[in-house]
Design a protein around this ligand. Structure first.
Ligand code: SF4
Length: 63
């Protein structure tokens, strides 16, 4: 299964990913934190990846 990883250097804390996938991403200290890496079944993590304005999210295969 692919899990999302956020590059903390790139993230500008815009909140788009947390809006699309609130069970996966949470904004803390103006950065996106992956709180539910296995919850991409609850939303479209690929859309979050595509919607990030600074391409800070990557889907990494953890199998
Ligand atoms: S969409 Fe991208 S820049 Fe915006 S909070 Fe999420 S990871 Fe950070």
């Amino acid at each position: 299964m692919a899990v999302p990883v956020v590059d903390q250097e790139l993230c500008i804390g815009c909140g788009v990913c947390a809006e699309l996938c609130p069970e996966v991403f949470e904004i803390r200290d103006e950065k996106s934190l992956v709180i539910g890496p296995d919850r991409c079944d609850s939303c479209d993590c690929e859309e979050a990846v595509a919607s990030c304005p600074v391409s800070a999210i990557e889907l990494v295969d953890n199998t």
